[in-house]
Write a protein that binds this ligand. Structure first.
Ligand SMILES: [Zn+2]
Ligand SMILES: [Zn+2]
Ligand SMILES: [Zn+2]
Ligand SMILES: [Zn+2]
Ligand SMILES: [Zn+2]
Ligand SMILES: [Zn+2]
Length: 244
């Protein structure tokens, strides 16, 4: 079967000749001894409006969201880039309806965005507490779910440095994870008392009363209810936390 673009050229040519001959009916176009339906030929020429930039785009180039809105490839790429940067925008939605990521992947033309999107799909499908990242500051590649690795040492596919899956720090061969007995004891107490851990410096923080938005000594602003950075938490900025 011919490629769509080649097909369009052929159809244009035949259509031109056909008009020239002033025939009354569209002749059937044959390719590989199969007759092309008029609908398929019409669809090659049909354009629809992109809901985002209002450009007219040919039907075979748009992604149609479940809400029936159409997106041109550059507007789709912009949406995808946003969802890659901000987990609350993932998966891509239009009119509050999720657009299946597998369908988006089929439509994207840019190979880099495609690769980033499938990587993020994997990352976001992993529970937050399980996500293991490369601790190298210039890298921070998502490595996978901590529990999915059989061995303590996990090698980063990007920078090739090894990470300890237990303490999430650079691999320390032959020595135990850096946390001492006192810190481990404190963490056990924190867990039973419901104290929170700062997502930035991992310090245990006990809040007696006040609002859930906490600024740690390391400068990280996090939510006392869920222990996530304020920018990622869905609790809103100011909920009262009752004194214990
Ligand atoms: Zn557009
Ligand atoms: Zn929509
Ligand atoms: Zn790395
Ligand atoms: Zn360790
Ligand atoms: Zn901190
Ligand atoms: Zn929260």
């Amino acid at each position: 079967m011919l490629f769509e673009t080649t097909l369009k050229k052929v159809v244009d040519k035949l259509w031109g000749r056909h008009l020239h001959a002033k025939q009354r009916f569209v002749p059937p176009f044959i390719c590989c001894s199969g007759q092309l339906t008029n609908t398929r030929i019409r669809n090659l020429h049909r354009t629809v409006e992109c809901i985002s930039c209002f450009d007219e785009v040919t039907l075979n180039k748009v992604l149609r969201a479940p809400c029936k809105h159409n997106y041109c490839s550059s507007c789709l790429a912009a949406l995808v880039n946003q969802s890659i940067k901000d987990e609350s925008c993932f998966p891509v939605r239009c009119c509050k309806k999720k657009v299946p990521t597998t369908r988006i992947l089929k439509h994207l033309e840019d190979q880099d965005i495609k690769r980033n999107l499938s990587a993020k799909m994997h990352e976001y499908a992993t529970p937050q507490s399980q996500r293991l990242y490369c601790p190298t500051k210039s890298c921070t590649t998502f490595l996978g779910a901590a529990s999915s690795f059989r061995f303590q040492s996990v090698r980063c596919p990007a920078c090739h440095k090894a990470t300890c899956k237990w303490c999430r720090r650079p691999m320390h061969k032959g020595s135990p994870c850096a946390e001492d007995e006192a810190t481990q004891e404190l963490r056990r107490t924190a867990k039973s008392e419901g104290w929170q851990t700062c997502p930035g410096c991992k310090a245990v923080v006990q809040r007696l009363s006040g609002c859930n938005s906490i600024v740690c000594r390391c400068g990280v602003n996090f939510c006392y209810l869920c222990g996530m950075k304020m920018s990622k938490c869905r609790h809103g900025q100011c909920l009262r936390v009752n004194a214990r």
